[in-house]
Ligand binder design. Structure first.
Ligand code: ZN
Length: 406
């Protein structure tokens, strides 16, 4: 469907898009995606990456600048000493809200198109919020940011990461940590905030961001697994695309059974990965209520308590079993462990590396890399914003947010 752009640059296009116009829009999207993902680029680097000639690149950069989506920068790497050249960057004044719904907190970050986290606010909770309460809290957090947003930024919308199963329409089918079921959270929040809202599973969102900005860059096949107090989720990136499966929920790896007859899981079965491997057990032994990934790294780096060491070792063994199975099943090039699983990797890299070194059945002995998520705590601050940026990145001219006075 053709959506006429309200912006001046597109006014001369005919009522239906010509093939040339479609190509131009596609090129515009490619250049914006490039600077969004890879950071500031010189025009010649853009030309090399996109295969477009110099004058085409110049025209596209001009259009992106006039749309308010890109800015000139003097910091682009030139690759040649003493030759500073003007570069092109995504405009960080174009921003999206990145929202996380968790049982113990609602967090809202304001994220720029160039990846800067402009601000972040967190509302701690004593218990899981109802969907209505979640929308109210998010709305009041955003109200607190509103003056700053109106003065400095142009918002494209909000993206929400949910610890549960979410369909493409942004409906939560089930989110056990939040005790939500059949909840149209994207439309509820969209009404509350008065802007477009997209929602998705938190691990899927993390997997896409890690593939785009982190350890998965340039990798075709990646298995991403994230652990937290709310459970374990995962995402499979195959041929550069997040695998959704027929139901749309591929990558629910937390419910792989690793210990039949083990601990009862929220899903009703026993011995699921996320029931056997949970930071709560370690936190309880440490006598701490909640620690973020960086804090837990430090605690476990110096821990001398034998009970904690034994529990960590047990969980590492459980993770080894799961990784061996997943690597055999999916044969990824790299396995990226995020959140709590990244903490476990840091404590026991050799043990876990040995587990994934198992050669996939029938494969020609290629090795699988095991990596910790690149962006650590930062990942889930910026990742949900990608949901909100997606329409803009796909069609910049049609989706560019208007500037004040336009
Ligand atoms: Zn389960």
């Amino acid at each position: 469907m053709h959506v006429p752009s309200p912006l001046p640059l597109s006014k001369r296009q005919p009522t239906g898009r010509t093939t040339n116009e479609e190509v131009r829009q596609q090129n515009l999207a490619s250049v914006l995606q490039l600077v969004h993902v890879d950071g500031p680029q010189s025009r010649s680097a853009i030309g090399t990456a996109t295969g477009l000639n110099r004058s085409t690149v110049t025209g596209l950069v001009t259009e992106l600048t006039e749309l308010g989506l890109a800015v000139e920068t003097s910091t682009a790497p030139t690759g040649r000493v003493g030759r500073p050249s003007l570069g092109v960057a995504a405009d960080d004044a174009v921003a999206a809200l990145s929202v996380r719904a968790e049982p113990d907190a609602v967090t809202v970050s304001l994220v720029g198109l160039a990846g800067t986290v402009h601000s972040r606010v967190r509302h701690d909770l004593a218990g899981a919020p109802s969907p209505r309460r979640f929308a109210q809290i998010t709305s009041s957090l955003v109200d607190g940011m509103r003056a700053d947003i109106d003065r400095h930024y142009r918002l494209v919308g909000a993206g929400v990461a949910i610890p549960g199963l979410v369909d493409e329409a942004g409906t939560v089918l089930v989110a056990p940590p939040l005790r939500w079921k059949r909840e149209h959270i994207a439309s509820r929040l969209s009404s509350a905030l008065g802007m477009p809202v997209a929602a998705a599973n938190d691990a899927s969102v993390g997997a896409m961001a890690e593939a785009r900005f982190g350890m998965g860059r340039g990798i075709e096949n990646m298995l991403y697994m994230a652990g937290s107090t709310t459970g374990i989720g995962g995402g499979l990136i195959f041929d550069g695309t997040l695998l959704r499966g027929t139901s749309g929920f591929a990558g629910e790896l937390g419910h792989a059974v690793v210990n039949p007859g083990g601990t009862k899981c929220t899903c009703g079965r026993r011995g699921c990965l996320e029931a056997e491997l949970n930071p709560h057990r370690v936190l309880d032994l440490l006598g701490r209520r909640n620690l973020d990934e960086d804090e837990l790294d430090i605690e476990l780096g110096v821990v001398r308590n034998p009970a904690v060491i034994a529990e960590v070792a047990r969980q590492v063994d459980v993770l080894s079993i799961a990784l061996t199975n997943f690597v055999n099943a999916f044969a990824p090039e790299v396995v990226v462990l995020s959140g709590y699983l990244g903490v476990l990797l840091a404590t026991s890299r050799e043990r876990l590396s040995n587990a994934v070194r198992v050669e996939p059945v029938g494969a020609d002995g290629r090795s699988v890399r095991l990596e910790r998520a690149h962006m650590r705590s930062h990942l889930m601050q910026i990742a949900p914003a990608e949901l909100a940026f997606a329409p803009l990145l796909a069609d910049p001219a049609a989706r560019a947010p208007r500037r004040a006075g336009h």
